[in-house]
Design a binder for this molecule. Structure first.
Ligand SMILES: [Zn+2]
Length: 218
């Protein structure tokens, strides 16, 4: 049995490609063109995934042979056993990531679908903080940013979709040996609704790079 190898953002990308194929079933009549569309979609998915084993390729390849819109849905359903869930965390584990916040508002973990998460994110309205928990190379890390309450429609830095966002500013752990007062803050527009962000995100590079920058992990 092939181990899970598809992360949430990969699955979102596969769903996007699936929608594109479904759209093409409606718009494209030429079967040769349709075959090319499906082949390109499968290729695009493979490029986004890390180097695949033969068994993993066998999981993805049927995308280039789907014949109907329902076939696309069935293909996406067939991926479920290969979806790598976010590590399941309880409130104590999350609390330990933020030792300075004894009274922070906790996410409602009962509502969190860990199978479909790239990160866990929630807002603490009382403290105007956004908390983010992420799996950085197998290590669960937490970071917090201060947000301004003004919301607007803009492109989210993490998922790159147009969505209601807020400006969140994170203090980095960068240091300067000559200046003990030194600190650098990084601000970005980020989805207010982290659930929605997790449904949108199809490329993890910006989020991953950002977490490394904030935590000053190489
Ligand atoms: Zn987003």
């Amino acid at each position: 049995m092939t181990e899970p190898f598809i992360r949430n953002h990969h699955l979102n990308l596969i769903k996007n490609q699936g929608r594109y194929i479904q759209q093409s079933f409606r718009d494209v009549e030429d079967s040769g063109v349709m075959q090319a569309v499906k082949g390109q979609a499968a290729e695009h998915v493979k490029q986004a995934l890390p180097v695949l084993t033969e068994e993993q390729e066998d999981v993805i390849d049927p995308l280039s042979d789907v014949e109907t819109s329902i076939g696309v849905e069935a293909f996406i359903g067939s991926l479920q056993p290969y979806v790598e869930p976010f590590p399941i965390l309880d409130k104590e584990q999350i609390g330990r990531l933020f030792p300075h916040h004894k009274k922070m508002e906790m996410p409602d973990l009962g509502d969190v679908d860990f199978a479909h998460r790239t990160y866990i994110g929630w807002n603490d309205g009382g403290h105007r903080k956004k908390f983010i928990v992420y799996d950085l190379d197998g290590e669960i890390v937490g970071m917090e940013g201060r947000y301004t309450p003004a919301k607007r429609q803009d492109y989210c830095y993490f998922c790159r979709e147009l969505a209601p966002v807020m400006l969140v500013t994170f203090e980095t752990h960068e240091t300067d040996a000559d200046n003990p007062e030194f600190y650098r803050a990084l601000g970005h527009h980020i989805c207010i609704d982290s659930e929605q962000c997790n449904r949108n995100i199809s490329d993890v590079s910006r989020l991953d790079g950002f977490v490394r920058k904030v935590l000053h992990h190489g």
